[in-house]
Design a protein around this ligand. Structure first.
Ligand SMILES: Nc1nc2c(c(=O)[nH]1)N[C@H]1C(S)=C(S)[C@@H](COP(=O)(O)OP(=O)(O)OC[C@H]3O[C@@H](n4cnc5c(=O)[nH]c(N)nc54)[C@H](O)[C@@H]3O)O[C@H]1N2
Ligand SMILES: Nc1nc2c(c(=O)[nH]1)N[C@H]1C(S)=C(S)[C@@H](COP(=O)(O)OP(=O)(O)OC[C@H]3O[C@@H](n4cnc5c(=O)[nH]c(N)nc54)[C@H](O)[C@@H]3O)O[C@H]1N2
Ligand code: SF4
Ligand SMILES: [Mo]
Length: 707
């Protein structure tokens, strides 16, 4: 008889509840948990691949040491001592900044890494910290910090109650939502339509979500800030601004209205491709809606004006009184409130700059686009050793080939990762964590970003394999050994993650310490393995603000100042082709293509191109084409589609498994090419340093005719 276990899927931001049937140590079935108050039974095909990850023969079970292009398994003591010894030696000789750190996306899906990695990273004490954040959501966080006083105070669309959902640069039907944890998003969007609400989408590609939209507009990549500035400007100039009860909590909104005056719908129309009348109407519709939410994600964050976009989105929400209103955008009230309390890190900006390009830090990290030059450029402070944790920057950061060369020149590299992939194959030592079903799980981060307040804890399903370590244990052990090697006093020990979680829940907003009737603790969650519903998002301002004066700063100087840069862009209409990315439901960034069940099926890594562009270049649908940018060139099949704006081409990210030396035997059968061999480390949102992986100028030419 199979035994059923309950677990939250940790693979993407949606936090779907799972029911997992096990026979012995084998997964026999994975279903959606209908009793989960957030996901209500929804799952996607990736969840079923959790068993594949657990059983994958390519998944590392022991520390590995590289000798040339050979790998040998070594024991933990040898591995940890060697890592600590090498890092200590480089740090002692060249200083802390000689060691760089890159943290990838799965860190935020792994709460032990969130609680324990500083035990190790603090010993290194480097300014050269990088992460996937600066190829992703840094603009959102910078904005939260500037306007609301905390980098994690990100307004979440109240999708379950809104009547008008304006979405830019997002594709939740493929991604299942981001900075909007929203499992079962299709049902939720259908409900929106059934209650008479409207979904309006703006994107250079009519993506999967657009098929549900009531209204869709193509936009030229990288020009959303012009559209948003014109919409916001129009809301002010037509007297549609009605912040309502927010008015007392705002500073600087009038100054914003003034600053936006030059950004007329006519000027925006010329660069965006959306007619001026449509822009005016969008502004009026938004302002007239009973409750409206404006939301923009990856596509408007990872572009030239990422932070301006995120700012203008919130200006539109604020000016129309939709921030902190039911059906608008709201802040969450998570059971474990990492924003409050002693662990809270509100953020800081430009406290130091990168050595080579003088790019600003944000909350202790530098733009990932600067990583390669910090390794390649000699001089004091040059990075000589790298630590990567749960990341694959060779495939996931701009100009991956250059980074690959840089990693190849390091004196030492260690990767904490489950695979020998395109990045970790360049390491000297790889330290693999326990398998995905062998650890407990709680979403520290995504409960802060969810469309409903809920809480769910997952116990491990399988015992940890003999001689293996959880990520947090690796961090702890490395911290202790590095302290010793450096002659420092040992780090103050931390209790295991679940005990820290219990403390946080006890002191949290539903916990016994504040006297909440639920008296929520880890025990309550253990007794309710399908999770506990804590209710819909509710207004929380001004209390929830982290600014000193408890007001929202509408006109941060850096942002009003950055409008100048936008102003110049408006004089430069697009020429030539530009490249954007895309996501697919059965991929997860770069690291799940080693699951047979996820990689099979129709090809999905072609270059999408409009038939008119193919004709103009004399290319045929299905041909193999060469795509070239300033930084590189790849060849790939092309697929004609009218679902893309003419002048725009699209490749998915996370592919490029043909690089020699990786050990991903299934992924290698369908390698694809890496979009980040075309993206450019010099293209960025200059304000934040966030990479602009969308809107990359490219040319496309014939490589081989269609078969
Ligand atoms: N052009 C372009 N580039 C992009 C994007 C894009 O849209 N277009 N998207 C960007 C975005 S949003 C992101 S978040 C980044 C992602 O960039 P990265 O985080 O650098 O890449 P991932 O593909 O998520 O790689 C995750 C790595 O973590 C390992 N891993 C998985 N689980 C665990 C675990 O529990 N512990 C440990 N130690 N390791 C684990 C995997 O084996 C894999 O090596 O890519 C960015 N790059
Ligand atoms: N299946 C799957 N799910 C995932 C992931 C995955 O790799 N696969 N990755 C996870 C991660 S790490 C993240 S961050 C989220 C991302 O979640 P989303 O942001 O929802 O993801 P994308 O599918 O990249 O959607 C970005 C959209 O922006 C559009 N776009 C590109 N450039 C522009 C532009 O200049 N302007 C506008 N308006 N739109 C533009 C693209 O065409 C695309 O439709 O997804 C998460 N979920
Ligand atoms: S949508 Fe995300 S959380 Fe839900 S099952 Fe799929 S991968 Fe897991
Ligand atoms: Mo991401």
């Amino acid at each position: 008889m199979p035994q059923t276990h309950f677990r939250t899927c940790h693979l993407c931001e949606a936090m779907c509840g799972l029911e997992i049937d096990m026979e012995g140590d084998q997964v026999t079935q994975i279903r959606g948990d209908k009793n989960d108050p957030l996901s209500r039974g929804h799952i996607c095909p990736k969840a079923v691949a959790i068993g594949d990850l657990q059983n994958d023969p390519d998944r590392l079970r022991a520390p590995m040491r590289r000798n040339g292009d050979q790998w040998e398994a070594i024991d933990w003591d040898t591995a940890l001592d060697e890592v600590a010894g090498r890092i200590a030696a480089i740090k002692t000789e060249h200083g802390g900044n000689a060691v760089g750190i890159y943290a990838g996306n799965p860190n935020v899906h792994n709460y032990g890494n969130m609680t324990h990695s500083n035990l190790f990273l603090k010993q290194i004490k480097t300014r050269n910290r990088f992460s996937a954040t600066s190829v992703d959501q840094m603009p959102h966080q910078l904005l939260g910090y500037w306007m609301f006083g905390h980098q994690l105070l990100v307004p979440i669309p109240d999708i379950d109650h809104t009547q008008y959902f304006l979405m830019l640069g997002a594709n939740p039907l493929a991604s299942n939502g981001s900075l909007m944890t929203v499992p079962d998003v299709r049902r939720r969007l259908l409900d929106l339509k059934e209650r008479g609400g409207k979904l309006v989408q703006i994107d250079p590609r009519r993506n999967e979500t657009a098929q549900l939209a009531d209204e869709f507009h193509f936009i030229q990549p990288g020009t959303d800030a012009a559209l948003l500035a014109a919409m916001a400007g129009n809301i002010f100039s037509e007297g549609l601004a009605k912040p309502g009860r927010l008015a007392d909590m705002l500073t600087g909104l009038d100054a914003v209205a003034e600053a936006l005056k030059p950004f007329t719908p006519e000027r925006a129309a010329a660069v965006t491709g959306i007619p001026a009348d449509t822009i005016r109407r969008l502004a009026r519709d938004f302002a007239a809606a009973e409750a409206a939410a404006c939301y923009g994600r990856m596509g408007v964050s990872t572009q030239e004006f990422g932070t301006l976009c995120q700012w203008l989105i919130q200006i539109i929400n604020i000016a129309t009184g939709n921030l902190d209103r039911k059906g608008g955008v709201l802040f969450t009230k998570p059971a474990l409130d990492t924003l409050a309390g002693p662990m809270s890190r509100p953020g800081h900006f430009d406290a130091w700059r990168s050595r080579v390009r003088q790019l600003p830090e944000f909350s202790g990290e530098l733009p990932a686009s600067a990583m390669a030059e910090e390794i390649l450029t000699p001089g004091e402070g040059q990075i000589r050793a790298m630590v990567t944790v749960a990341g694959n920057p060779v495939l996931s950061t701009p100009n991956g080939s250059r980074l690959e060369k840089a990693f190849g020149q390091l004196e030492f590299m260690v990767s904490i990762d489950c695979y020998i992939n395109e990045t970790t194959r360049l390491a000297d030592i790889i330290l693999p964590p326990s398998g995905p079903l062998e650890r407990d799980h709680y979403d520290i981060v995504f409960n802060v970003l969810a469309v409903r307040n809920t809480a769910r804890y997952s116990s491990p399903i399988l015992p940890k394999q003999e001689n293996s370590k959880h990520d947090w244990e690796i961090m702890r052990d490395l911290g202790n050994r590095l302290a010793k090697a450096l002659g420092n006093s040992p780090p103050v020990p931390l209790p295991p993650p679940h005990m820290l979680l219990d403390m946080g829940l006890n002191h949290g907003p539903y916990g016994p310490v504040v006297g909440h009737p639920l008296a929520l603790t880890l025990n309550s969650l253990r007794e309710n393995p399908s999770g506990i519903d804590l209710g819909p998002l509710e207004p929380s301002l001004p209390n929830r603000l982290f600014t000193a004066d408890k007001k929202i700063l509408c006109n941060p100087e850096a942002l009003t100042g950055d409008l100048k840069r936008l102003d110049t862009r408006l004089d430069k209409p697009a020429e030539g082709l530009v490249l954007i990315g895309r996501r697919h439901l059965r991929s997860n960034n770069s690291w799940m293509h080693n699951s047979e069940r996820l990689i099979k099926g129709p090809a999905r890594n072609q270059l999408f191109m409009h038939p008119d562009d193919l004709t103009e270049l004399g290319l045929e649908d299905g041909a193999t084409v060469r795509v070239t940018s300033r930084t590189g060139s790849v060849t790939t099949p092309v697929k004609a589609t009218t679902n893309i704006k003419p002048g725009v081409v699209s490749l998915p990210h996370g592919w490029g498994h043909g690089r020699k030396g990786a050990r991903l035997n299934v992924a290698a059968t369908n390698p694809g090419v890496s979009i980040n061999d075309l993206t450019d480390h010099l293209l960025m949102d200059e304000l934040s340093g966030n990479a602009a992986v969308n809107g990359v100028p490219v040319t496309v030419s014939q490589d081989q005719p269609a078969a």
